[in-house]
Ligand binder design. Sequence first.
Ligand code: SME
Length: 175
Amino acid sequence: MSSEYDSASPMHSGWTSPDPVERRAAYEACAVELAALLAGEDDAIARMATTAALLFQRVPRVSFVGFYRVVSPELLVVGPYQGPPACLRIPFARGVCGAAARERRSQLVSDVHAFPGHIACDAASRSELVVPVFAPDGALLAVLDLDSHAPSAFDELDQEQIERLMERAFGQGPA
Ligand code: SME
């Protein structure tokens, strides 16, 4: 690790700002922090564990942040995560995570009760954002699941910024 994580550092003030410019700045600060934490580490599990830990600290109102890894053609298995114990295996055919993997695109769910087939690993979960994670060659490595006990906790700006973070941390994006 080339940079220390400072647990005492306050969250960027922009996270809860009504101004999208401020919120993007908070995400950018988080991306810079993540790049420093991941520098020189090529083990995918170590990178996922560190990413989940940082996002759990930084993104407001999350109850769970974790990766579900593609381990065989139609199956996700839980990977590094933060939060309460979660479901271990999710077929591509099921749940919000399965939909993100199947369609290879993000799923922004403001009310999980309105999503057919939502898997309730945590009965208190109300909204979620699931983003696909691609390797540099375009292969689907995993999906990243963010859950919240608050309804509509995530919006399009969160989706755009988390997608960018995943490209930078696992794909071909700039470090
Ligand atoms: N809600 C997800 C399952 C994963 S957990 O909530 C941690 C889904 O429907 O795919």
